[in-house]
Write a protein that binds this ligand. Structure first.
Ligand code: F0G
Length: 360
């Protein structure tokens, strides 16, 4: 009840410390989207824009806790594998803590803004000739040998911080409407957020703060070219089969081995949620629809809205539902994708009449 810290740290009662290595993070907007709501056809639609965190993605919520833990442990070198955003956040939070950082990236498959961040915040950047899953295999091996401290979402302290996405959504939604959302739709890569939100809801239910019937249905969205979680949900499987070949323009979720699946699959099932795959074209359409209402996101983030639209069209999501879509990263993370989805600038002569002529 009594909140003291800022952003993520307002929820320190649910976190392992009172404060972290902070920039600060969290307290992101829960945008109303009247035109998108109308076109999708649901009762309520809000967009939780995690791109508004200090480094432009939700990863900051995990790093503020994870890097604090690393400092506490006195480790020398922080490391992660990344499709980009984790590396940007680790580089910034490592720099904040005055610690050395190492990031392994899949060569040629990381958006420009993210590499720029890791570079300027002075991470040691290694580009691996392999996909994200291969990078994570390597970092896990280094961590097991004690060469580095692992700050991927396999690190449970990361997920502690990311629980606060769930706390903020429920708190804001309830303050505005006196009710909780029926469903939260989110993009899935390693399924860290899915696991973190499920843990947040379980803790609230256990504490008697949330009725189990009010827990939102966790609904995961993957790109068609990287959809092992969707496959497992559709097959009713207990384990997720690793995809060796993955491809999507939404490079943030170009992941074939969702390492948090053991925590996330029960989250989707027990909350009555589901998982769905969307095409790159559907992702781009959703990115444009969000942008047309002022909300700029990277492709992976738009997958949530694309997935909601698909599930609504298929009748899986009802017209009476109150839905929150999570948008995980900022538009500026992937300028190339934004240019590809948007209109090109038009050259014009240095002359007002020439401009007028073009406008006609
Ligand atoms: N959206 C964005 C923008 C991401 O960067 C990621 C993951 C996800 C969604 C998926 O989240 O793993 O919790 O299911 N990016 C990681 C990275 C893999 O390295 O930046 P998840």
């Amino acid at each position: 009840d009594e909140f003291e810290g800022e952003g993520v740290w307002r929820y320190s009662a649910a976190l392992p410390f009172e404060e972290g290595v902070s920039l600060p993070e969290g307290n992101t907007p829960l945008h109303e989207m009247p035109r998108l709501r109308e076109s999708v056809g649901v009762n309520r639609l809000r967009v939780k824009h995690e791109g508004m965190n200090p480094t432009g993605s939700f990863k900051d919520r995990g790093m503020t806790v994870g890097v604090r833990v690393a400092r506490e442990l006195g480790v020398e070198r922080l490391a992660c594998a990344s499709t980009g955003n984790t590396s940007a956040a680790l580089a910034a939070y490592g720099a904040r803590a005055g610690m050395e950082t190492l990031v392994l990236l899949p060569s040629g498959k990381v958006a420009a803004g993210k590499i720029a961040q890791a570079s300027l915040h002075d991470a040691r950047i290694l580009e691996v000739d392999g996909n994200f899953d291969a990078c994570l295999d390597i970092v896990q091996e280094l961590a097991a040998d004690g060469d580095v401290y692992l700050l991927n979402s396999l690190n449970p302290f990361r997920l502690e911080g990311q629980k606060t996405i769930g706390f903020e959504i429920l708190e804001r939604f309830h303050a505005d409407y006196g009710t909780y959302p029926d469903r939260i739709v989110l993009p899935v890569g390693n399924a860290g957020n899915t696991a973190a939100l499920f843990k947040a809801f379980r803790e609230l239910v256990t504490a008697g703060e949330l009725d189990v019937d009010d827990v939102p249905a966790l609904t995961g969205v993957q790109a068609e070219g990287a959809a092992p979680m969707v496959e497992a949900i559709e097959d009713g499987a207990d384990e997720v089969r690793r995809w060796e070949e993955v491809e999507t323009r939404a490079t943030a979720i170009r992941i074939g081995n969702p390492v948090n699946a053991p925590k996330a699959l029960p989250g989707i099932r027990e909350t009555g949620g589901t998982a769905v795959a969307v095409s790159d074209a559907e992702i781009t359409d959703a990115q444009r629809a969000l942008a047309a209402e002022g909300v700029g996101v990277e492709p992976a983030s738009a997958a949530s809205v694309a997935g909601l639209r698909k599930l609504r069209d298929d009748g899986v999501v009802g017209a009476d539902e109150d839905v929150v879509c999570l948008t995980t990263g900022h538009l500026l993370k992937d300028p190339d994708a934004a240019f590809a989805a948007g209109d090109d600038p038009e050259p014009v002569a240095n002359d007002a009449d020439a401009v007028r002529a073009l406008l006609e």
